[in-house]
Design a binder for this molecule. Structure first.
Ligand code: IPM
Ligand code: MG
Length: 363
């Protein structure tokens, strides 16, 4: 079986980090993995090459693949373009077009990195949280939205910006099922995060989660307001097993959770549709300030490739092998600047990729 993967390097550090993940996938070929890669332009790169952040050809390449390996998009120099042409629209468009509603963002603290976090080691040692973020609804996509001139009232004549937070019942329940099932494979605790004390949309979210909970009596369901969750993540992050939340809150909480682990350069993610088709990307962005300098940490992208092998291809053994190789490098090998500590060799993006490839032989 040869797996077809669309590779979308994107902008900034995107190309250099995806190159390392590709290197790792290729290295597994001698152990029986077979992949066929098709590259396509996306984000600022898509705009420059084909006039759109998500060129139709790129979408086609994704649709004829079984999974997408995505680098990062974002390019400050294009921020003055109309919104629909900005690089970020590429990832939003892909999520919507490919119906990637379920976003898995694990935050795992490697014991080797417990001292890289800005929190005390005892607060985060052994941390293993899975944030499940709804990815195709909410205020990100709700209509109406826009900027208009107010016609009456105290703000008459002024410009006003507005977006709409909305969730239909079925959108909530399908992500709810995904989350309950994920919790079943872990420690059977699910915390649903909302702002039900203020927002109607999330009152419905909570009601639906409670209804679904009756189908999963073996999973302990709890609820938390998003502001409290932001606080609890810093105070006592180990209380969480699986967290499920909407698109907007999930965006914010997953960045926060990533920092518990020491470096945002470590966190992979999977965005799945209901058939297991997935887009895999590091949760960090395009980091234009360090792009092209061989400074970026490629581990989040390499770990995203591992998630792809697990979730879309069912290749658990190859997936674990990549994860073990990464652990091996963290314990014994060199570090990129974001993770570097006294006593370790400091290396660049390329050498870090090579180190993981070499470590595959040791695990
Ligand atoms: C993320 C990013 C995106 C989001 C941006 C790039 C549109 O922050 O994947 O978390 O807001 O979802
Ligand atoms: Mg984000």
């Amino acid at each position: 079986m040869t797996y077809k993967i669309a590779v979308l390097p994107g902008d900034g550090i995107g190309p250099e980090i995806t190159e390392q993940a590709v290197k790792v996938l290729k290295a597994l070929e001698k152990d029986g993995l077979s992949v066929e890669l098709e590259y396509a332009a996306v984000g600022g790169a898509g705009y420059r090459e084909q006039g759109h952040p998500l060129p139709p050809e790129t979408l086609e390449v994704c649709k004829r693949s079984q999974a997408v390996l995505f680098g990062a998009v974002g390019d400050f120099s294009l921020d003055s373009l109309p919104r629909h042409l900005r690089p970020e629209q590429a990832i939003l468009g892909l999520r919507k077009e490919l119906n990637l509603f379920a976003n898995f963002r694990p935050a795992l603290v490697y014991e080797e990195l417990a001292d890289a976090s800005s929190l005390k080691p005892e607060v985060i040692a052994g941390l293993d949280i899975l944030i499940i973020r709804e990815l195709t609804g909410d205020i990100y996509f709700g209509k109406p939205r826009g900027i208009h001139i107010v016609e009456e009232g105290p703000f008459k004549g002024q410009r006003e910006g507005y977006d709409t937070m909305r969730y239909a019942e079925s959108e909530i329940s399908r992500i709810g099922h995904v989350a309950f099932q994920a919790a079943r494979k872990r420690n059977r605790r699910l915390c649903s995060v909302d702002k039900a004390n203020v927002l109607e949309t999330t009152q419905l979210w909570r009601d639906v989660m409670i209804e679904l909970g009756r189908e999963y009596p073996d999973v302990e369901l709890s609820h938390m307001y998003v502001d409290n969750c932001a606080m609890q993540l810093l105070k006592n992050p180990k209380q969480f097993d699986v967290v499920v939340t909407g698109n907007m809150f999930g965006d914010i909480l997953s960045d926060e959770a990533s920092m518990l682990t020491g470096s945002i350069g470590m966190l992979p993610s999977a965005s799945l549709n209901e058939h297991g088709f997935g887009l895999y990307e590091p949760i960090h962005g395009s980091a234009p300030d360090i792009a092209g300098k061989d400074l970026a940490n490629p581990l989040a992208t390499i770990l995203s490739a591992a998630m792809m092998l697990r979730y879309t291809f069912g290749q658990e053994a190859h997936a674990t092998r990549i994860e073990r190789a990464v652990k091996h490098v963290l314990a014994n090998g060199p570090r990129t600047p974001d993770l570097w500590v006294e006593g370790k060799a400091k290396v660049g993006t390329q050498a870090m990729g090579d180190a993981v490839v070499q470590a595959l032989a040791a695990v």
